[in-house]
Design a protein around this ligand. Structure first.
Ligand code: ATP
Ligand code: MG
Length: 379
């Protein structure tokens, strides 16, 4: 085994990236940090996989290096299916940040949640979890007490941020009511910054941009874009050069362009190219990029075939139209696919709900650029 094969791949994807794996986003990190320091709420949008979660967690790391009393409470709504689970999660996060030992946490909850029995369980990893038994009648009181915890933490002099990731998922548990109750309490939290983050564009947008909704303009709106090429290039080129000296900026640009600049796909492609570069030191960089793209398509072809098989006829035809028409002008008269406008409309809605496409402005984009490529090859 050559020495090079032991080199760790610097391009991570499919998980949250921070620290040495995190690329740039200097401006956004500073902006979010500044808003947190000023206790401003933030509404953070982006299409899927642009790097919202990583950006916020990296900013939390930045802040904890700067302020020794910084506290971050993190709630990922993808894993939360009910209001009760939300409360437990928030209480748990509070416990961690308040520096309460398990014993103290129990005592703490007993005194402040009068008449309610906290139950402590231990999860598979041996970590203690607090559970609270409650009847529906007790819910409003408990809700208020627990949702007020971040402000309590701030009153002890800490700088507090609460990260509500994938917030659009709250529509599953009686969304508007939940949002109304939440707003009623957190609007008084003058010393806490709430970050609402989400990707399902239409759903998320309605929550914060429609004046009839309770969370209308609760915070400063930030739309996260791609990482600009010039900010990505040094990371791409320098890391690839380490294992294959023939790599130059030209190939960094090529990887970025092939992945359409979407961080997740840039990382995925760069990850493959890096592995191939280690295995084939004599191959030309362009060949390695070409092979990496094909390998990814090969690996994913079964998954893509499965997705396609499970679409109905009008969804498939609509995808075909999107490919041919570059994502726009589907309702023009020259529609040779003989689909009624109402059928196209329904198919577009379904495809968005399935997370296959997404609308930005008057154009539809594929969420997975490799799926789009695969379709181009197969249709
Ligand atoms: N700043 C970055 N540096 C390096 N890679 C990044 C960066 N931002 C995003 N990525 C890449 O994109 C992937 C997705 O990032 P992340 O999960 O943070 O995005 P997200 O917008 O929260 O996605 P989702 O919509 O799925 O929740 C990461 O696994 C990583 O490969
Ligand atoms: Mg995320």
């Amino acid at each position: 085994m050559s020495r090079k094969t032991n080199i760790e791949n610097p391009f991570l994807y499919g998980k949250v990236v921070t620290g040495k794996y995190f690329v740039n986003r200097e401006k956004e990190r500073q902006e979010i940090a500044r808003e947190i320091e000023q206790h401003t709420n933030i509404i953070l949008y982006s299409p899927r996989r642009y790097g919202k979660t990583s950006l916020v967690l990296q900013t939390f790391i930045d802040l904890s290096l700067k302020h020794k009393d910084f506290s971050a409470l993190i709630v990922d709504f993808y894993t939360i299916t009910s209001k009760e689970k939300f409360l437990l999660r928030l209480a748990d996060e509070y416990g961690k940040n308040a520096g309460l030992t398990l014993e103290k946490l129990i005592r703490h909850f007993k005194t402040f949640l009068t008449g309610i029995v906290p139950i402590i369980t231990v999860d598979a990893m041996g970590n203690p979890r607090v559970e609270i038994q409650m009847t529906p009648g007790q819910m409003p009181l408990i809700f208020e007490q627990i949702v007020n915890l971040p402000q309590k933490l701030a009153e002890t002099g800490k700088l507090v941020a609460v990260f509500f990731d994938e917030f659009q998922e709250t529509h599953h548990f009686n969304g508007q009511n939940f949002q109304k109750e939440l707003r009623a309490i957190i609007q008084h939290h003058s010393h806490v910054s709430y970050i609402f983050s989400g990707s399902k564009h239409h759903l998320f947008e309605t929550m914060f941009e429609n004046p009839e909704n309770p969370l209308y303009r609760i915070g400063k709106r930030m739309e996260l874009g791609k990482i600009p090429l010039e900010n990505y290039l040094p990371f791409l080129t320098q890391n690839l050069k380490k294992v294959h000296p023939q790599f130059t900026e030209k190939q960094g640009e090529e990887i970025y362009a092939q992945a359409n600049g979407i961080p997740y796909y840039v990382q995925m492609l760069a990850h493959e190219v890096f592995n191939l570069a280690v295995l084939k030191p004599r191959a030309k960089p362009e060949e390695l990029i070409h092979q990496a793209v094909n390998d990814i398509l090969d690996n994913k072809s079964e998954e893509f075939g499965f997705i396609f098989e499970h679409l109905n006829r009008s969804e498939r035809l609509t995808l075909e139209m999107l490919i041919k028409k570059d994502g726009q002008g589907l309702f023009k008269k020259d529609n040779q696919y003989i689909l009624a406008p109402s059928t196209i409309k329904k198919a577009l809605t379904n495809l968005q709900q399935k997370g296959i496409i997404e609308r930005r402005g008057n154009r539809y984009h594929f969420q997975d650029i490799f799926f789009e490529r695969w379709l181009r090859q197969h249709l």
